[in-house]
Design a protein around this ligand. Sequence first.
Ligand code: ADP
Ligand code: MG
Length: 234
Amino acid sequence: MQTLTKTSRIFTETYKEGRKYLLETEAKTVCMEYEIPVTRFKLAKNEAEAVKFAEEIGYPVVLKIVSPDILHKSDVGGVIVNIKNAKEVRNAHKQILENVKKHKADAKILGVLVQEMAPSSTEVIVGAIKDPQFGPAIMFGLGGIFVEVMKDVTFRIIPITEEEAREMITEVKAYPLLTGYRNLPPADIDAIVKILLGTSKLVMDHPEIKELDLNPIMVYEKGAKTVDARIILE
Ligand code: ADP
Ligand code: MG
């Protein structure tokens, strides 16, 4: 008998609730099952719990709205970063709920996500889409202007080999930034390779994934952390 993975259970649950978008908590749980590193997180049901979780995780933390009706959290004032103590957690918690109420009064709110704040570093993005002709494809690029303005990204058909993952990283024009530049330390290329392979496997295992977006991923000298993860189902 096949044991149901966490990922399958999450997808089933998502469909059952009539949703196609995974919550950040769900998307990050899926990532963890495929060894894609994410920021530590805990879902708080109220202000007191938010403070408790922030203390457990350790400051600074980030607070984010968790709602099935909100896909772009910062658009509704649903993300507050760099929270440094209990008082700031309480203020941020109130502020987020207030912002969301103002922007989207009817949004169903499941709680506020407390998460570890990933120190800023070189940002990369990994995505997956379905090409109508070639099927599932994986994308890699550096974050921010490199993707948005320069369209400096590269694609491969899934599944990819480790060799292809390494090629993807070295062939983007911004690659030199990953080898150490000015005050930026060299990035952990092996950590990115692992994320690309994990993403490839996840999409192979689950054809019901329509779109996946790990954006941004902070890459450090040692290791990497996915800060925001979006998964959209067919
Ligand atoms: P949105 O749904 O608006 O895309 P994100 O979760 O991406 O929300 O948060 C918006 C931005 O806030 C991110 O792009 C990133 O710059 C910053 N951010 C979010 N979470 C973290 C974190 N854990 N550590 C550091 N920065 C973060
Ligand atoms: Mg985001």
